[in-house]
Design a protein around this ligand. Structure first.
Ligand SMILES: CSC[C@@H](O)[C@@H](O)C(=O)COP(=O)(O)O
Length: 355
């Protein structure tokens, strides 16, 4: 296996062989240590998602699917009603771990539908179907990332400079990734891109994960601080911006890691195309616009002293720490999904994906 293959085919979330545990790579330890964690309890799974040990919208969905399956197997119930009551408790608990990435509730709802559609079956049969469903969620994501990578690759050419924000590579998904997928696929086909990765304050997904994945795969990557995006664009080094997404509203407004909307505004200023790449599982038609998307607020300590030996601000200093922002659809050149690329007017092109 070459390094490229090792990166694109990493097993960041999987089910244990006996199907009773979820195994993840602890992304908080990367890039220094590759440590696998085995999750068996509801608290283990909740904490892994809340603490970003597993992160990235599609990976969270895959982990939630496997997680609820693992927990469903521990339910002691004589009747369907007893089983369903406990199942919903676990589902609601996992669903409350993070609010913004819709893939979490999307995967959990899919799993619940398996239960409700099969009330007449035995609990053993329902468990078997749940096992099939969570594996299908994972398999489908692998296929979706492959298709997104192909469509994304059609938007860029050999030698282009691409700016990305946060991490939307294999660690955040299943294989290849979304925003980084076209770059890995291009590399496989002998194309060379020059990537600028925003470090992505405050949790540094760009520094810790994106530059790690790209460097390991032999792709030309330069890490920059978030406030350097403007200068690299002005220098003429960026031909396109590729970012992932956590929830896309029906009008094309797209929530992604905090700082993404700033990149889009800069790109518009410099006349650089700005693409959002994500699976249709990240589209939430229940959100009419970005206004309907809940933005996760996280612990101020992540700004004050995470990753520093000494705190970087006084303990009493107020901090505002939204984990995501919404990029206005007017700033987006195209939304790349596994079913094709949506262009403005997004309301129409997004709707067409679901007919
Ligand atoms: C393919 S992952 C797309 C997004 O989930 C990603 O860009 C992002 O914002 C992740 O945020 P995180 O807080 O690290 O889970």
């Amino acid at each position: 296996m070459n390094n490229l293959n090792e990166v694109t085919h990493i097993d960041n979330v999987k089910l244990s062989e006996d199907g009773k545990k979820v195994i993840i790579i602890d992304q908080t330890k990367l890039p220094n240590v590759t440590e696998y964690l085995t999750l068996g309890s509801d608290k283990d799974i909740y904490d892994a998602i809340f603490e970003l040990k597993v992160r990235g919208a599609p990976a969270i969905g895959i982990c939630a699917g496997y997680g609820i399956y693992v927990l469903a197997q521990t339910i002691k119930a004589e009747t369907f009603d007893e089983f369903y009551r406990e199942f919903v408790k676990y589902k609601d608990y996992l669903n409350s771990s993070r609010p913004t990435a819709v893939n979490l509730s999307w995967a959990l709802n899919r799993m619940e539908e398996v239960v409700t559609a099969n009330k007449n079956k035995t609990i053993g049969e329902i468990l078997k179907l749940l096992g099939d469903e969570c594996r299908a969620i994972h398999e489908e994501d692998i296929k979706m990332c492959g298709a997104i990578s192909e469509y994304g690759l059609s938007l860029i050419k050999d030698g282009d400079g691409i700016l990305t924000h946060c991490n939307a590579g294999p660690l955040a998904t299943s294989r290849y990734g979304t925003a980084l997928g076209p770059l890995f696929l291009g590399k496989e086909r002998g194309l060379n891109f020059r990537v600028f990765a925003d470090e992505t304050r405050p949790l540094l997904q760009g520094a810790r994960l994106t530059s790690y994945e790209l460097e390991k795969a032999g792709i030309d990557v330069t890490l920059i601080c978030d406030n350097m995006a403007s200068i690299v664009m002005k220098n003429g080094w960026i031909q396109a911006c590729f970012v992932g997404c956590d929830r896309i509203a029906a009008n094309g407004d797209a929530a992604n890691k905090i700082g993404t909307s700033g990149v889009a505004i800069l790109a518009k200023h410099y006349g650089i195309p700005f693409y959002v790449l994500g699976p249709t599982s990240t589209i939430d038609l229940n959100c009419k616009t970005g206004e309907d998307i809940e933005i996760e607020l996280r612990d101020p300590e992540e700004i004050r002293n995470k990753f520093y030996k000494e705190p970087m601000a006084l303990k009493e200093v107020k901090c505002y720490n939204p984990a995501f922002d919404v990029t206005d659809h007017n700033l987006i050149s195209g939304i790349v999904t596994e079913k094709g690329i949506c262009y403005a007017p997004f309301e129409k092109s997004i709707k067409a994906l679901f007919v």
